[in-house]
Design a protein around this ligand. Structure first.
Ligand code: IPE
Ligand code: IPE
Ligand code: MG
Length: 251
């Protein structure tokens, strides 16, 4: 098993506090959050991570002041227009997960176009969870199966969920100091390793990501097995172990 996670998911939290500490409006923190995401995408490519899933706007974030909500919608539309060409050039495939019905036509068109333009890219899959909730995802998947008259099994639900195109996250990071899931990948994070960082999202730099990756590399993932079983599965096959011992005794 590789020490580098295949799929990293991040709750990008702390933009508002980043702005407040500078006596700036909250939207300035969200703007800085986009910069931090751009840096994080580049770092993930450099570290060999294949899938990055970020939480950008939750089902519950509609409850924020109207001005902040409209500011976030505008920021998404602008970020799409500005960032997609470079992301495409860098081989990033964009995918949006979440309920699109609540979004304006303009934003919806932007999401569709970004997905279409980057569909053939293979270097990194970037899933942006926008108007997303883990409960919404489970319910919409169950509803889709019910409408098709399909039995509701774990495999069928997996196939109907918003991240069906990627394996489950190996590492789930939350920035901003809170230690909660806040309705993120409730289903898919069943066996993710959790890492909580005190850094506010705009300050989440290379050193902060590397700290999370180093911590991940030290974890033992057991998936319900015992530690001894995991060690046995990781050990080299006996023949190769014997060869290695013979070689070692010659030096
Ligand atoms: C996360 O930052 C971004 C969104 C939820 C859109 P916050 O806006 O929640 O920042 P804090 O937690 O108030 O600092
Ligand atoms: C979670 O952050 C959602 C996103 C980062 C998009 P929140 O700031 O909304 O979470 P709570 O409300 O503190 O749990
Ligand atoms: Mg927050």
């Amino acid at each position: 098993m590789s020490a580098v996670p295949h799929h990293v998911a991040i709750v990008m939290d702390g933009n508002g506090r980043w702005a407040s500490r500078r006596f700036l409006p909250r939207i300035a923190g969200h703007r800085q959050g986009v910069e931090s995401l751009r840096r994080c995408v580049r770092l993930c490519v450099e570290r060999g991570i294949a899938v990055l899933t970020v939480f950008a706007f939750s089902s519950e974030n509609w409850n924020r002041p109207a001005e902040e909500v409209s500011g976030l919608m505008e920021l998404l539309a602008k970020a799409l227009a500005r960032e997609v060409p470079q992301l495409h050039a860098d081989g990033v495939r964009l995918h949006f997960a979440g309920e699109r019905r609540g979004l304006s036509d303009k934003v919806r068109r932007g999401l569709d176009e970004a997905e279409r333009a980057t569909a053939g890219n293979q270097r990194l899959v970037l899933n942006v969870c926008f108007n997303y909730g883990g409960r919404w995802d489970i319910a919409q998947a169950a509803q889709a199966l019910a409408e098709r008259g399909e039995p509701i099994t774990e495999e069928a639900l997996n196939r109907a969920m918003a991240l069906a195109h990627v394996p489950d996250p190996d590492l789930l990071i939350r920035t901003g100091g809170e230690q909660r899931i806040s309705n993120f990948l409730l289903w898919q994070a069943a066996y993710s390793e959790l890492f909580f960082s005190d850094r506010l999202w705009p300050d989440f730099d290379a050193a902060a990501l590397d700290e999370a990756l180093a911590c991940f590399a030290r974890r033992e993932r057991r998936f319900g097995q015992t530690s001894a079983q995991v060690a046995a599965a990781l050990a080299p096959p006996p023949a190769r172990a014997a060869t290695a011992a013979a070689l070692a005794s010659q030096v």
